[in-house]
Design a binder for this molecule. Structure first.
Ligand code: NAP
Length: 302
């Protein structure tokens, strides 16, 4: 017989773990399922300085605290990949390991790194191509590297890598940054950081590992090769909601259609955090969604 819970939370990032905290404090039995490691995207952020009430904390420390808080309050955590969820008064959640039953589901699957789509990008991931500067930066000590993107992640990655690497190129397709001006100014002051603006990477050079990149200026069409050993791709995220395509409505980008109430069109199914349609995807908004969805699911269960 399948194990039964009041609420199953899919994803143990900030939204999922916060949902677990609120639902368990509302007296419900909660199982939280995560296919990789708990913590979500924030574990890759070296220093969080915009979470209200906490001036500085590392992403890892933040996630660890959240995990201990959730499990300490009674959320049951299991590392399993969710394969499908069926609709109905009692929902069935099939995972890589088991099948569970529950009355409500909170989807908090976040988003995954967007690839650039270059030929051999996938093949060279781990051989010079990386999507996580904090995880892989130390391998490129004293080497030249490039960061692609103009958002906060690319700027943060650039700053982080500039502490290890000989030279850091920040390659952005426009001449204005999407990320915070304060971070742009910090990078401008660094002697080993060079901005390559209005430019895109057209090719990765090297046989078995990254040895360089070909870069094209989109305004002048000028092409040049940069000799770099590391290519850090930081061009945003995309959702990973295909497993739920038959269960809830997705928007054109693949995010789950749910508003600030975190309710999907399917009774008893909620979407919280970066996986849902929204304009601001931040740590605070993920935590906020977790609270809203956790309480709504607890009310639904009754
Ligand atoms: P983002 O803000 O969506 O920025 C993505 C960047 O990549 C943009 O500059 C975009 O260029 C560029 N880009 C997208 N597709 C591209 C492509 N195919 N080729 C070349 N460039 C491409 O993503 P993010 O930096 O990962 O940040 C995601 C969210 O997390 C944001 O809300 C951000 O503020 C937040 N965040 C916050 C912090 C913090 O506060 N400490 C740290 C990290 C992230 P365009 O600008 O031309 O569109």
């Amino acid at each position: 017989m399948s194990e039964m819970f009041d609420i199953i939370v899919i994803g143990a990032g900030t939204a999922g773990m916060t949902a677990g905290i609120y639902a368990t404090r509302a007296g419900k039995s909660v199982l939280m399922l995560e296919q990789t490691a708990y913590g979500g995207q924030i574990i890759n952020t070296p220093d969080i300085e915009n979470y209200p009430g906490i001036a500085h904390v590392s992403g890892f420390e933040f996630a660890q605290g959240l995990y201990e808080q959730a499990t300490g309050l009674g959320v049951l955590y299991r590392s399993e990949q969710v394969l499908s969820v069926t609709d109905g008064e009692i929902k069935r959640v099939k995972t890589s390991e088991a099948e569970y039953e529950c009355k409500a589901v909170i989807i908090a699957t976040g988003a995954k790194n967007r690839p650039l789509g270059l030929e051999r990008e996938q093949e060279l991931t781990g051989a010079g191509v990386s999507y996580c500067a904090t995880c892989d930066g130390a391998f490129f000590r004293k080497k030249d590297v490039a960061v692609i993107g103009g958002g906060n992640t690319a700027l943060e990655d650039g700053a982080f890598l500039s502490n290890y690497c000989n030279r850091v190129y920040i390659i952005h397709r426009r001449d204005e940054f999407r990320g915070d001006e304060k971070d742009v100014a910090t990078l401008r002051d660094k002697e080993n950081v060079e901005f390559v603006l209005d430019s895109v990477v057209t090719e990765i050079l090297g046989e078995d590992m990254v040895e360089g990149i070909r870069v094209k200026n989109v305004k002048t069409d000028e092409v040049k090769d940069l000799s770099v050993r590391g290519l850090f791709i930081a061009i945003g995220q995309m959702p990973d909601n295909q497993a739920f395509a038959d269960l809830v409505e997705l928007d054109a980008q693949g995010y789950i259609k749910a508003d600030e109430s975190c309710e999907t069109g399917t009774p008893g199914i909620y979407a919280a955090g970066d996986c849902r349609t929204k304009t601001v995807r931040q740590l605070t908004t993920a935590a906020s969604d977790g609270a809203v969805a956790g309480l709504a699911a607890a009310r639904y269960v009754g």
